[in-house]
Every structure is written in structure tokens, then in C-alpha cells.
Ligand binder design. Structure first.
Ligand code: ADP
Length: 183
């Protein structure tokens, strides 16, 4: 059976936001499913594009109604994937790309064993830290928290993901992702 569900996970500072923005333009036939979150948008983030930003009450209603295929708490905020979209795409044999964290990725793999997990890794820890700082949109404490959490994420990617891509050259990384999804 062919792969219809693709998961893309990238620890903070590896280039997830940058990669997603380009893929949205270049993968028109693939449905990129955006996560619901209760966290507040960062500067430059757009509702419905980067995430669906919702209030905690609304999120809890979605959990109760069973509208989310999976949800997790990361850095104290809720994140969840809408169920209807994935099921609808599977019926139509349309490809879905989920941009989610590694906890979410493992859950998706359990529910859909045919899902293909793509993990993005930084060229080095030093470079990951540099990229996080370059964004200039996070207090020092948040940067430290993300760097320590991303160790776990890198470990999950190394152990459980179907393919690991090191985001050294952005254009090459994009081409590799496109090849995997479109082949
Ligand atoms: P994330 O969403 O994973 O935290 P971003 O996409 O915001 O990461 O990227 C963090 C910073 O790293 C941004 O300033 C971005 O321009 C830069 N960046 C992303 N990919 C690369 C790359 N391959 N080489 C150099 N810099 C990159």
C-alpha cells in the first residue's frame, strides 16, 4: 500500500517554520495539515497558516467531542491534529503532510502504521543554538528550555523515524522532502 500520510518533525531551531513556508508554496497537491494550539502566536506567525490558534476552552471541547486524532502538551501548551481532514484525505487517496512534534509523530505511526515519518536534524548542536538565537523572538530562558527538550526529540528521530534529514543546505533539504512525498 502506498504512503498517503507523511509526518514532518523538526526540533526547535532546525528550520521547521522555514521549511513549511516553502513546502506550502511548492507542494500544492499535498494537503498540509496544521496543528491546533492554545499557545499564543509568535511575532510573524499567522492564524491558519502556521497554526490554528485557539483558546483552551475550545481545545478542551475538541478533545471531548473526539475531533482530534491526537493531542499533546508541549512546553505547557496544548497541540492537536484534526481527525476529519486526515480521514477525508485517506478516502480520496490524497496525500497529507502533518507538521508535528515527535510525540505526535509516534502516535500517528501507531494509529496509521503506513505513515512515513520524516525527521529533520540540525547539522550540529552549536548550529541549532545559533539558529534559535537568530530568530530573536524568544527570551533566553525559552531558548534553554527548547535546547534541552530538543535532545529528546533528536533521540526519538534517530531511533524511530523512517528517514533522518540533516538540514544543512535549505534548498537540498526541501528537494529531499519533496522527492520522498512525491515519489
Ligand atoms: P524552527 O521553526 O525549527 O524553530 P526556523 O524555521 O524558525 O526554525 O529557523 C530558525 C532560523 O534558522 C531562521 O532564522 C532560519 O532562517 C534559519 N535556517 C533555517 N534553515 C536553515 C539552513 N538550512 N541553513 C541556515 N539557516 C537556516
Amino acid at each position: 500500500m502506498k504512503n498517503l500520510i507523511f509526518v514532518l518533525s523538526a526540533p526547535s531551531g532546525t528550520g521547521k517554520t522555514t521549511i513549511l513556508k516553502i513546502l506550502k508554496d511548492e507542494l500544492k497537491d499535498v494537503d498540509i495539515v496544521v496543528t491546533y494550539t492554545t499557545r499564543k502566536p509568535r511575532p510573524g506567525e499567522k492564524d491558519g497558516i502556521d497554526y490554528n490558534f485557539i483558546e483552551i476552552d475550545e481545545f478542551k471541547k475538541k478533545i471531548e467531542k473526539g475531533e482530534l486524532i491526537e493531542w499533546s502538551i508541549v512546553y505547557g501548551n496544548y497541540y492537536g491534529i484534526p481527525k476529519d481532514k486526515i480521514e477525508e484525505n485517506l478516502k480520496k487517496e490524497k496525500k497529507t503532510l502533518l507538521i508535528i512534534d515527535t510525540q505526535g509523530g509516534l502516535k500517528i505511526k501507531k494509529i496509521y502504521p503506513n505513515a512515513f515519518l520524516i525527521g529533520i536534524l540540525p547539522p550540529s548542536l552549536k548550529e541549532q543554538e545559533r539558529r534559535l538565537r537568530e530568530r530573536k523572538d524568544m527570551p533566553e530562558e525559552e531558548i534553554k528550555k527548547r535546547l534541552s527538550f530538543s535532545k529528546q526529540e533528536r533521540d526519538v528521530i534517530r531511533k524511530h523515524y523512517d528517514i533522518k534529514l540533516i538540514n544543512r543546505d535549505l534548498r537540498k533539504t526541501i528537494e529531499k522532502i519533496k522527492k520522498i512525498i512525491l515519489s
